[in-house]
Design a protein around this ligand. Structure first.
Ligand SMILES: *Cc1c(COP(=O)(O)O)cnc(C)c1O
Length: 386
């Protein structure tokens, strides 16, 4: 059966491919350790599960939810943004639930791009920043993240033609896959550029709650002027161990959110109300302690991995946020995919090739910390023995 030319343009989703390979090896009896996908390995916090259990048992949650979401969900997100980031949001017009950040970011492409338009995409970056524009019939313009700029893109390098065609910009801090936190002044520069060239700035906020060593991540919307030109996609997946629940929200510019809603109401039928009630429970101050305890676990794992890599002579920066270690591949391999293949074949360890996150990720690999300590140590020992 012939797929659409849009679909043929995009490579298979990285983790879909990986899952297949892992299943093959495991079926052959091989003990594969996966440090590939970033998917928290511990359960959703108890207060969230309890709220969801009660909500599922309540028949009022069983019907079609509205795409705009429950009022109490929108209010809970607004209260959280005030408390956590000092950002004031109007729950009526500046907050809407999303069925995960992935859905939201993809649909923003459909809502804002026409053929000939561009989305500016952080490179390396979350694959939807480049696959989304292609599936929408438009193009992605890669913005290389420059290590010397603290993994910010060099905005002054964007050409006049690119800026004229740009309708969207995708950026993300704390950053997947590099682990970088937002460099001083970067959000302000985005606000200025988006205002000058009339594109929507989309900050992908998947990791603001997952930080270490006392670092507290800001919201993009706390930047003066950000709400005039931008939105933030806030995901509960990583910080609250809720990847399977599909719970996120888009917040910020009311006009952009209204257009997103217009598109979305034609595509899906809203976020299950029991999941919205679970999301409300997650955003209460009482859950902060669970988040902090989880971050202590990740910080410990980060140190285990970084220490082991350092002993093996691999130079890595200890990230202040996210659940990833970003490290250079050893000499002697043609590219990151070749190294990761080698590691899977000879060490039965899955790591992600940097090249899968875009051209600028080439030469690196990513380790996810969402595996128990003993397995992480075992995996790093296998890498060192290669
Ligand atoms: C995990 C991740 C997402 C996906 O979040 P969901 O809400 O689970 O769809 C989006 N962006 C980045 C950068 C991520 O790492």
């Amino acid at each position: 059966m012939r797929p659409s030319s849009r679909l043929e343009k995009i490579p298979p989703y990285l983790f879909a491919e990986l899952e297949r390979k892992i299943a093959e090896k495991r079926a052959a009896g091989i003990d594969v350790i996966s440090l590939g996908i970033g998917d928290p390995d511990t359960p959703t916090y108890p207060a969230i599960v309890e709220a969801a259990q009660a909500a599922v048992a309540d028949p009022s949650t069983h019907q079609y939810p509205s795409n705009r979401g429950r009022q109490d969900f929108r209010e809970a997100v607004a209260e959280f943004y005030q408390r956590r980031f000092g950002v004031t949001l109007d729950p009526e017009t500046e907050v809407m639930p999303a069925i995960g950040a992935k859905e939201c970011i993809f649909n923003l492409n459909l809502a804002f791009l026409d053929p000939g338009d561009l989305a500016l995409a952080s490179d390396p970056g979350y694959p939807v920043y480049t696959g989304g524009p292609l599936l929408a019939g438009a193009e992605a313009e890669l913005m290389p993240l420059i290590p010397e700029l603290g993994f910010a893109p060099d905005l002054s390098a964007l050409s006049a033609d690119v800026l004229r065609r740009a309708r969207l910009m995708f950026f993300n801090y704390p950053n997947n896959p590099t682990g970088a936190v937002v460099p001083e002044g970067f959000f302000q520069r985005v606000v200025e550029l988006a205002g000058a060239h009339d594109f929507l700035a989309v900050h992908d906020n998947a990791y603001s709650e997952t930080t270490y060593d006392g670092y507290v991540a800001p919201s993009f919307l706390a930047t003066p002027g950000a709400k005039e030109i931008g939105v933030e996609v806030f995901s509960l997946s990583k910080g609250y161990n809720m990847t399977g629940w599909r719970c996120a929200a888009i917040v910020g510019n009311a006009e952009a959110i209204a257009q997103y809603w217009r598109l979305k109401s034609n595509i899906d039928s809203g976020l299950f109300e029991a999941v919205q009630r679970a999301g409300i429970a997650a955003l209460q101050p009482a859950v902060d302690a669970d988040v902090r305890a989880m971050n202590e676990v990740y910080a410990r794992r980060r140190d285990l991995v970084c220490d082991a890599l350092a002993q093996a002579g691999v130079e890595v920066t200890r990230p202040k946020g996210t659940i990833y270690i970003w490290a250079p591949i050893p000499a002697g391999f043609a590219n990151s995919a070749a190294y990761c293949e080698h590691v899977l074949e000879h060490a039965a360890v899955v790591i992600s090739p940097g090249g899968a996150y875009g051209r600028s990720g080439e030469g690196f690999f990513r380790i996810s910390l969402t595996t128990p300590d003993e397995r992480l140590l075992e995996a790093v020992a296998r890498l060192r023995a290669l």
